[in-house]
Design a protein around this ligand. Structure first.
Ligand SMILES: Cc1ncc(COP(=O)(O)O)c(C=O)c1O
Length: 385
C-alpha cells in the first residue's frame, strides 16, 4: 500500500445532500448522518468511467457474469493478499446477505443452530433466522488489547454441533482484523467438530495502515470447511449496485454453492458486475488513497474524541471506517445515541442493534471529511454538556 498517496476529497454538505441513497434520506436535513456504511468520497475514476460507458451504451439489461468477474477478483486477490483463487470457483450473487443465506440453507436441518459473534453487523441475526436456523451467540472477548474472537467459547459452542459459524473477517462494528493464528485455530475447531465456516470478507479490502488481512481460505486446511463471501461494494462504495461473489476452494464447498436456486444468477445487478470488474482490475490506486485517507481520519477522530468527548472510550479499528464507541458513561441501551441525535442533530447507529452486548454503545462512520467530523464531534460534545 502506498502510505503517501494523496487524500481523497469530499464534496461539501450541500452536494452530498443531493445523493438519494439511504445515508442521505433517512434523517432530516439538519442531521449529520454518520450511520449506515456508505462513504462520502466520490467514486473511483475507473469505476465511474465503466458505469458512464455502460449508460452511454444503454447497457442496463440483465447481468451475465462471465469468467471476467472471477479473473478480476483472482488477479486482485493474488496481488493484494497472495491468495490464489481459481476464477472458475467464483460465483456472482446479488449481495453478501443473499450469498450467506443461500449457503446456510442447505446446511441446516430442523433445530440446527448457527453461531455468530456479537457485537456484529445486525443483518447477521436476520440471515440466520431467514435461513431457518436457531441463533447461538458467542460474543467477542474484550480486554486491554481490544476485541477478539473468543476461541475457547467457540470451541464449547462447536462441540454442540451447530450447522455453521458465520465469521465477520474483518469484524464490523469493532474493526478487528482476525490474526492468521486465530483463524488457524478456528479452522482446526471447525474440522474437529464438522462445522462449516462462512466468512463474510466484505471489509477485506479495507484494512487500514498497520494491519494485515488474512483471507480465511488462505489458512491451511480451510478449503474443505470454509466458504468466503466477498464484494467490492464496501471498499468502492457500490452497495446499491448489487453484486457480490461466493468463493470456494474444494469440491465439497463448491457443491454448497451449486445448490443455490437456479434463479439466483438473474438477481445479480448488471451495473454491479461492471463496476466490480472495474474496481478489482483498475481500482487499486484509488483504494490505496482511500486507506491512507481513512488512516488519517481515524487519527483525527481519536484526537477529537480525546479532546471533546473524553467520557467515550474505543479501540481504534484495524479495518473499516467504523468506530465502535463505548458510551456507557452516558447511560445504557440507546441513551447516548438519542442524546446525540435529539440535542446534537448527529446520527450514529444504535449499539443494541448489534446485539445485547451493544447496550450503551454507538457506531460512528468516519468515511467523511475532516470538516464534517469536526462539526459532528463538536455537536456531540455540546449535546452532553
Ligand atoms: C460485515 C458486512 N457484511 C455485509 C454487508 C452488506 O453487504 P451486502 O449489501 O452485499 O449484503 C455489510 C455492510 O455494511 C457488512 O458490514
Amino acid at each position: 500500500m502506498d502510505a503517501d498517496a494523496p487524500e481523497l476529497p469530499v464534496s461539501p454538505l450541500d452536494v452530498l445532500r443531493k445523493r438519494r441513497s439511504a445515508k442521505w434520506r433517512t434523517y432530516p436535513a439538519d442531521v449529520l448522518p454518520l450511520t449506515v456504511a456508505e462513504m462520502d468520497f466520490d467514486l473511483a475514476a475507473p469505476v465511474a468511467e465503466a458505469l458512464r460507458e455502460a449508460v452511454e451504451r444503454s447497457d442496463a439489461g440483465y447481468a451475465m457474469p462471465g469468467p471476467d468477474l472471477g479473473q478480476a477478483l483472482a488477479a486482485f486477490a493474488a496481488s493484494r493478499w497472495d491468495w490464489e483463487i481459481d476464477p472458475m470457483s467464483v460465483m456472482a450473487v446479488t449481495d453478501v446477505g443473499v450469498g450467506v443465506v443461500e449457503l446456510l440453507r442447505p446446511l441446516i436441518r430442523p433445530g440446527d443452530a448457527v453461531v455468530i459473534s456479537p457485537p456484529v453487523y445486525p443483518p447477521f441475526f436476520d440471515w440466520v433466522a431467514e435461513a431457518g436456523a436457531r441463533r447461538l451467540e458467542v460474543p467477542l472477548a474484550h480486554d486491554a488489547a481490544g476485541w477478539r474472537l473468543d476461541l475457547a467459547a467457540l470451541e464449547t459452542a462447536f462441540a454442540a454441533h451447530p450447522a455453521a459459524y458465520v465469521l465477520c473477517n474483518p469484524h464490523n462494528p469493532v474493526g478487528r482484523v482476525h490474526a492468521a493464528g486465530e483463524l488457524a485455530t478456528l479452522v482446526q475447531l471447525a474440522q474437529a467438530h464438522r462445522v462449516t465456516l462462512i466468512s463474510d470478507e466484505i471489509h477485506g479490502p479495507m484494512v487500514l495502515p498497520g494491519a494485515t488481512f488474512t483471507p480465511l481460505l488462505t489458512v491451511p486446511g480451510a478449503a474443505e470447511v470454509a466458504v468466503s463471501v466477498l464484494s467490492a461494494s464496501k471498499a468502492w462504495n457500490l452497495a446499491g449496485l448489487k453484486c457480490a461473489v461466493v468463493v470456494t476452494a474444494a469440491p465439497s464447498m463448491a457443491a454448497l454453492a451449486g445448490r443455490f436456486p437456479a434463479d439466483t444468477r438473474w438477481r445479480v445487478g448488471h451495473l454491479g458486475v461492471i463496476a466490480t470488474i472495474a474496481a478489482f482490475t483498475a481500482g487499486e490506486p484509488w483504494l490505496d488513497q482511500l486507506l491512507a485517507t481513512l488512516g488519517h481520519r481515524r487519527a483525527r477522530l481519536a484526537g477529537l474524541l480525546r479532546q471533546r468527548l473524553p467520557m467515550l472510550t474505543w479501540d481504534p479499528p484495524e479495518a473499516t471506517y467504523l468506530a465502535w464507541l463505548n458510551c456507557t458513561a452516558l447511560g445504557p441501551g440507546d441513551k447516548a445515541r438519542e442524546l446525540f441525535l435529539e440535542r446534537g442533530r448527529v446520527a450514529l447507529e444504535p449499539g443494541p442493534r448489534f446485539g445485547a452486548v451493544g447496550s450503551g454503545y454507538a457506531r460512528l462512520n468516519f468515511a467523511t471529511s475532516d470538516d464534517i467530523l469536526d462539526q459532528a464531534t463538536a455537536r456531540m460534545a455540546l449535546s452532553v454538556t
